[in-house]
Design a protein around this ligand. Structure first.
Ligand SMILES: [Zn+2]
Ligand SMILES: [Zn+2]
Length: 383
């Protein structure tokens, strides 16, 4: 019997090779090719090009008709790595700074273990390798490309390494676990003219200043105190000279929420507040509100299963709070019940956070991640 320990040395090498050759979202051609090759080598049915560069490996055994999906993400970030590791990125400005290299290695390890021990499961395991998690909606692309109609799953799970938790801790929670991420852009248009005669030029700069102050009252005055939300204005663009009142000013920002009702209030308040300020300053306001990723909402039963299973694999922890960062696994959870899981990988007193140029995936948690994937599959498809 092949044990998980037998797989670790080559998987570490695989992880570090992927780390050295990072690729951005929807451009994971080498990465997807390597995964497909590894999945074929262990006798899985392999489907490529799903939602762009997505890959699905299918393992079937027995006759139960039950199925489970396990997902890893494949893309890297546009960051210049500063780790000085021997396997550091060979592509300047592209970096596996979110640990997706480790996620792929853990999911591949689970596929290898189950392929070598098929009788552990009765049913179908779909190993889902998705493109473009970092802001480009690769999960949505796979769902829209028929992921769950071509590869039906009763449950779907995803792991993400979490530097803030000690290595080996497995944490999740029912309900929201990651936030919805939206973007807004407000363009205020006045007249533009000489700075010395402002009474003839409705002033978009002054309107923008007032509007930024008002936007920062939405969370405290329009959202119930029991709910949570973040609104941050992150860009103001306007003006080119000290003696010219510009015609337009652009305000850009982000909104993070867990509850679609709260999200709707904020979108509406941004619209009405912009219109009100525009009227009072004699300018025009044009608001664009873009919903990027919805909140990642775990199915309560699936999350409870994870916590029960995790206790046999590592240190299980009910996560007390969701995180305000976002995750496009949300789109898969909208289509299929399941859960998103944090796998602690912290080492040292102050491990670099995700997306930091000094970050690196901790290979010491590969075994825990593989064991958790395998346990999730066996729980749903156990004999
Ligand atoms: Zn990330
Ligand atoms: Zn990530």
């Amino acid at each position: 019997m092949t044990t998980i320990a037998d797989l670790l040395a080559p998987l570490r090498a695989f992880r570090q090779d992927i780390h050295a050759h990072p690729e951005l979202g929807f451009a994971e051609h080498r990465t997807a090719g390597r995964i497909a090759q590894e999945l074929r080598a262990i006798g899985l049915e392999v489907h490529e090009g799903i939602g762009g560069t997505g890959v699905v490996g299918v393992l079937r055994n027995g006759s139960s008709g039950r199925s489970v999906g396990l997902r890893a993400d494949m893309d890297a970030l546009p960051i210049h790595e500063q780790t000085n590791l021997p396997y550091a990125s060979r592509h300047p400005g592209v970096f596996h700074g979110c640990g997706h290299d480790g996620h792929m290695a853990m999911l591949l390890g689970a596929a290898q273990h189950l392929a070598a021990n098929r009788d552990l499961v009765d049913g179908t395991v779909n190993f889902i390798f998705q493109p473009a998690e970092e802001g480009q909606g690769g999960a949505r692309a796979m769902v829209e490309d028929g992921l769950f109609t071509r590869f039906p799953c009763d449950r779907v799970y995803a792991l993400h390494n979490w530097p803030d938790l000690p290595a080996g801790t497995i944490a999740t929670r029912p309900g929201p676990i990651m936030g919805a991420a939206d973007k807004f852009r407000i363009v205020l248009t006045g007249k533009g003219g000489h700075a010395a005669i402002p009474h003839t030029t409705p002033d978009a700069i002054l309107a923008a200043a007032a509007l930024v102050g008002q936007v920062n009252t939405i969370v405290s005055r329009a959202i119930p105190a029991t709910a949570s939300a973040v609104i941050s204005v992150t860009q103001i663009n306007g003006g080119l000279a000290h003696n010219v009142i510009p015609e337009t000013v652009e305000i850009i920002g982000t909104v993070r929420t867990f509850d679609p009702a709260v999200q709707a209030i904020i979108a509406e308040r941004l619209e009405t507040m912009s219109a009100g300020v525009a009227t009072s300053f004699g300018v025009a306001a044009d608001v664009t509100y873009t919903r990027y990723y919805p909140a990642t909402i775990n199915d309560a039963d699936a999350a409870a299963d994870v916590l029960a299973i995790a206790a046999g694999v590592g240190t299980a922890q009910l996560a007390p709070d969701p995180a305000f960062t976002s995750e496009d696994f949300a789109f898969m959870l909208q289509a299929c019940p399941g859960a998103y899981i944090w796998l602690g990988q912290g080492r040292g007193a102050t491990p670099p956070p995700l997306h930091n140029p000094h970050y690196d995936f901790n290979d010491d948690v590969l075994a825990t991640g593989i064991a958790l994937h395998v346990a999730l599959a066996r729980h749903w498809l156990g004999r």
